[in-house]
Ligand binder design. Sequence first.
Ligand code: ADP
Length: 453
Amino acid sequence: MEQEKTYFPLFQQTQRRLASWYVGIISIVLIILGFGVYEAIIHAHQITIEKELKTIAGTLHDSFEPMLDQPGILEDEVIQLMPNLCRVNNPCISKNNLSNYRLGAIEKGQYYLHLFDLSGNLVAFNGQQPKGLPIEKHQKQQEILKDSQQKRYLQISYMLHNRKGENWGYLQVVRSLEDFDNYLKNVAIILLLGLPLAILLIGASAWILTGLTMKPVSQSYRQIQQFTGDAAHELRTPLAAIRATVESHLMSSTLTEKEAKETLSILGRQTQRLSILVADLLMLSRLDWQLTSNSINIKYEKICLNNLISDVLEELASLAISLDVLLQADIRVNYPLEILGNTEQIYRLLFNLVVNGIQYTSKGGKVIIILERNNKLAIIKVKDTGIGINSQALKHIFERFYRVDQGRSRKEGGSGLGLSIAQAIAEAHHGKIEVRSEVNKGSLFILQLPINV
Ligand code: ADP
């Protein structure tokens, strides 16, 4: 328990670290992506606006040129075409009936038109001009300007020629970028609010996901800790008995032959217990490896279950007789039932179930091994009329080192690993073990193994 508490923060720390890395990486990707999308939107809109402005400026240029005569002097025809156009120092006639739909765009209030003579003096302009927008001939053909309110405008200038092909002056079309800038502002707000929100959501889901990932790791870590503690405890008991026996006899100066034999027999029993325990632990660790490595390197052979049951029966007959328990087999198939598997392991599985049946059955009781077939499954049932297992304990009997009655199991030489080994072997062979039991009436262990020959 102590150790569990000590190591728990380690998993929390790992979970925190994993979640932070996850959030960090995804956030960087999202920010780069958001920035990229923002830039792409700016670029796409800029191109569209420039194209639109160039089309309008080009149309005006092409419409004006055939009407122009003397350089710097604006002909009436031009004013008729663009009624909104005002000569400098002349009152404007405002009409909104432009027939040409492209030129009509000029009237929408977003566009401003300026005509300059060759010396750069303003000749004419259209409508109400934005406050603070510099109206002068600029050197560059295309330029971004700002008015007194820092609103932006895109301006395009073209050279105008008269119908004789002589230089007349300059045409300048300016478009307000207010709608574009407002749109960009909205996109930026959405990104600035959306990104932290997305990062928050990612953080929460990263915490939940890493928690789910860490859960089985921390569970198996706890199981390993529990297992190591239990194994050490089991090993300590026979070792302590050996040590106590040796120390007590070392202190006495003489040892009779009877005492020496007794001592050796105690040592023999305890070392036997140790060897069984070590062998069981080794078997479990091999089975764990077999289960996790998906049995790739395990060689399976044909096993005749009828023969295997006979062998187990033969080996345990003397134990059953010594405990006054009737041991029987009931083979319900009239042919050799074969499966593919590891003979040694399947033998061990069956041996453990039958040994338990005998050991946990009182004198005069009965243990029957039944072999039958159900479609593609070989079924072996081990039924006894023994002490049974209560429903609470039934949930735990396949756990490593679990015993319902510590004293009785130890006395029988049990390590509490028999059923966990049996279950691991069944799982390694893609089978399963089920158990039904009633206290003082007996237990029924049902082993199902796939017939895969
Ligand atoms: P053990 O070495 O103690 O027999 P197992 O893993 O084989 O360990 O069994 C775990 C526990 O399940 C036993 O200690 C015993 O209490 C209970 N058990 C197993 N088989 C039987 C059975 N046939 N009848 C009653 N109790 C049983």
